[in-house]
Structure formats: structure tokens, C-alpha cells
Write a protein that binds this ligand. Structure first.
Ligand code: SAH
Ligand code: SF4
Length: 379
């Protein structure tokens, strides 16, 4: 057991916090503090009741209206008729030998997603999902084989933070958040953006935007919208190739928007001072890992405030790719470094539990006829 983990097993679902058949009730996790205030007002209470609610839900992590002791009973009663706190239910928590923990969460409609808690020295990072599955079909990504189930709501995205927080030992806290779980965050732009607002609002979760990273397959319209709307979070671009020919093969999204257009959008992105954009690059044996690739990568990133995150391919059964040998990975890194660009090798967390980058896939009923859960899971 690690010091950040709570000793006791997760408490059983609290019926007050879990989905009810009255699906039309508002999920309070979907609301910004201002909206909670407006909701309080609409119920005839003063606006500050909404601020108190935010304090309970976001700051204290309380998800049971009955425990919000400083709220008048009639207000809680009126609220419970209109709203609920629908936290994704923890179905399973799988610890990895490297200290990370995969959380399998069940949504109100039975859909499953995964979040991963990753401790690293004094950091505790939570990896969030934004969709059930993903529709972008990158050929090296296990999550991509699921196809798109559906978009998550903002409440379901921030609900993962609330569910993960409930796992922590007293005093432990999540320090960083990465949108690198299942799904493409910018394909679910509205919910992703709202979740970022809720997570960074000082009256709500209060995370610094600098401690949040959104990873994207490279949706130019979404990148531009993030810039226009003034989000100051870190951006990670899944690049993975240095020519259109290879990127077309690996990532169908590239057939519509070419590398040049993607990099031009990245160059236009107004990065805050001292911040760099991350370019993720999954290393695939014999596909994109040659010294020439490394040199082309350097050329593509010239003039940008960029850093490179090399991810040795996480293997999964049936994948048509292999991880390159260590010498090739380090050789690739050395070339990028020689040209003055920071390049780190990310040895994914949670490989043994199917929680590493691109291994996330939640048990789906593979085929009704087989009638069993496909246990090859992912976040
Ligand atoms: N959809 C977003 C975020 C989720 S994936 C995106 O694509 O950026 C998080 C990272 O893991 C991405 O860079 C993705 O390309 C990478 N990845 C996917 N499958 C992988 C695998 N099998 N091995 C290593 N990295 C993988
Ligand atoms: Fe989707 Fe990202 Fe996987 Fe591509 S790499 S299929 S965009 S989750």
C-alpha cells in the first residue's frame, strides 16, 4: 500500500449519491459555482447557499446532501427534488506493481470508463477519460479499437476527480491532471471545456491550469477554440509521425488535416510565458523510429517552444506493431536532445494492469453470443 492510498476499501455506493431513475435531475457536478448560486436562488434561497454547496462538493468532496450540515433542511429537501450528485460508481480498483492504480468507473447508463492514479515522487497525477471509447481509430491504440460509445458530460469528467479523491489517504491530494485516458478531449469540446472551468475555478476544485494537460490527436478547430477562449492549460499534441504518408497510415485524422496545418495551428497557439507545448511521439519498431525520423522531427519543431515526449509503444494482443529495442529508443532521444529540444522517454505507468497509454479499453460485452466480459481492459 502506498502512502497516498486510503487504508480502507472503497465504501459501498451511497444510495443518496448514486443515479436515481429520475434521470432528469441536474447533476450538481455539472455546474460551475455561479450556476450553483443561480440554482440556489431559483429555489428561493440566498445565492450564498450555492457557494456553500460548492464548498461541500468541490472543496470538501462531500457527495451526500444529507451530510451538508450547515444547509437548512428545507433547502436540501428542495434541492434533492431538482438535483443530485451523480458520481461515477467505482466498480474496480486495480493496483499496479509500479504504484499506479486503475479505476474502472461505471456511469449512470452502465457505460464504463477508466481513470488512472499515478504517483511519482511528490506528484500524484490523475489521468481522465473524456469519452466512452474513441472514434478516431489510431491504428496503434487499443482504445481506438472500441469505436466511440458516447461523449462524457462535464459532470462525468470532474466526477472522476471526485471518485479518485475518495480513494486517497487523509492529507494526500491529486497534484496534476492529464486528459489522456479514453477518448479525444477536443472531439467532446463543450464538456471538456466546462470540466476545465470547474476544475480550475478557485471557488470549485481550484487546480492551477499549469497542472492540467489536455492531450489531443490534433483537432485544429479545437486547438484554436481553446486559444480563443483563453484556456491556459498545457497542450500535448499526439504527433507520432514526421511525414504525412506515415501519419496517414497511423492516424486516420491526418487524411483530413495534414501535418503542416496542424503544426501551423500549434505555432499560432498563445502559449503562456515559460510554457512549452508537448509533442507526444509513440515509438513503433521499424515504422517511425529511424534516425531520419528523429532529424525530421527536430526540423518540424524548429522555432517552436516545444518538448518531446517519447512513448515506447505499449503492446497489446493483436496489435500490428512492436516496441523498438531500447538502443533505438535511446538513439532517437539522443538525436532530438543533440538539437537542443528537451526529449523525455515516458515509460508508461500501469502496463501490467492494462492502464498504460493506449491500453485503455473497458470491458465490453464482446459479443452477446460469447456472453462474457472481455477482460482486456484499458485507461
Ligand atoms: N485522444 C487523445 C488522448 C488520449 S491517448 C490523444 O490521442 O492524444 C494518450 C496518449 O497515448 C496519446 O499520445 C496516444 O497517441 C498514446 N497512445 C495510444 N496508444 C498507445 C500505445 N499502444 N502505446 C503508447 N502510447 C499510446
Ligand atoms: Fe483516440 Fe487518442 Fe487512441 Fe487516437 S490515440 S484512437 S485519438 S484515444
Amino acid at each position: 500500500m502506498d502512502k497516498w492510498q486510503r487504508a480502507a476499501p472503497p465504501s459501498p455506493p451511497n444510495p443518496l449519491c448514486y443515479p436515481s431513475p429520475r434521470m432528469s435531475r441536474t447533476n450538481l457536478l455539472d455546474l460551475l459555482p455561479d450556476e450553483l448560486e443561480a440554482l440556489a436562488e431559483s429555489l428561493g434561497a440566498p445565492r450564498y447557499r450555492g457557494r456553500q454547496l460548492a464548498g461541500w462538493i468541490h472543496a470538501k468532496g462531500v457527495t451526500d446532501l444529507a451530510s451538508m450540515s450547515d444547509l437548512p433542511r428545507d433547502f436540501r429537501q428542495a434541492l434533492s427534488e431538482r438535483a443530485e450528485i451523480a458520481l461515477p460508481a467505482l466498480e474496480r480498483a486495480t493496483p499496479s506493481q509500479d504504484g499506479s492504480e486503475k479505476l474502472v468507473l461505471r456511469l449512470t447508463d452502465g457505460g464504463r470508463i477508466q481513470s488512472v492514479l499515478m504517483p511519482d515522487e511528490d506528484r500524484l497525477t490523475l489521468c481522465l477519460s473524456t469519452q466512452v471509447g474513441c472514434g478516431y481509430g489510431c491504428t496503434f491504440c487499443f482504445t481506438g479499437t472500441m469505436g466511440l460509445g458516447r461523449d462524457l458530460t462535464a459532470g462525468e469528467i470532474v466526477g472522476q476527480v471526485a471518485a479518485a479523491r475518495a480513494r486517497l489517504a487523509p492529507g494526500a491530494r491529486i497534484t496534476h491532471i492529464v486528459y489522456m485516458g479514453m477518448g479525444e478531449p477536443l472531439a467532446n469540446y463543450a464538456a471538456t471545456a466546462k470540466s476545465l472551468r470547474i476544475l480550475t475555478d478557485p471557488r470549485a476544485f481550484g487546480f492551477s491550469p499549469r497542472r492540467i494537460t489536455v492531450s489531443t490527436v490534433g483537432l485544429v478547430a479545437g486547438i484554436e477554440r481553446l486559444a480563443r477562449e483563453g484556456f491556459r492549460v498545457n497542450l500535448a499534441i499526439s504527433l507520432h509521425a514526421t511525414t504525412n504518408e506515415v501519419r496517414d497510415r497511423l492516424m486516420p485524422v491526418n487524411r483530413g488535416v495534414k501535418l503542416e496545418a496542424l503544426l501551423a495551428a500549434c505555432k499560432r497557439f498563445p502559449l503562456p510565458t515559460r510554457q512549452r507545448m508537448t509533442f507526444e511521439y509513440v515509438l513503433l519498431d521499424g515504422v517511425n523510429d529511424s534516425p531520419d525520423d528523429a532529424r525530421r522531427l527536430v526540423k518540424l519543431l524548429r522555432g517552436m517552444r516545444a518538448k518531446v515526449n517519447l512513448i515506447p509503444f505499449n503492446e497489446w494482443e493483436g496489435a500490428g506493431f512492436r516496441r523498438p529495442p531500447l538502443a533505438r529508443i535511446l538513439g532517437f532521444q539522443a538525436i532530438v536532445l543533440e538539437h537542443g529540444i528537451t526529449a523525455t522517454v515516458r515509460w508508461s505507468k500501469g502496463e501490467d494492469i492494462g492502464a498504460a497509454c493506449g491500453q485503455l479499453k473497458e470491458p465490453v460485452r464482446s459479443r452477446a453470443s460469447r456472453g462474457q466480459l472481455d477482460e482486456r481492459v484499458a485507461c
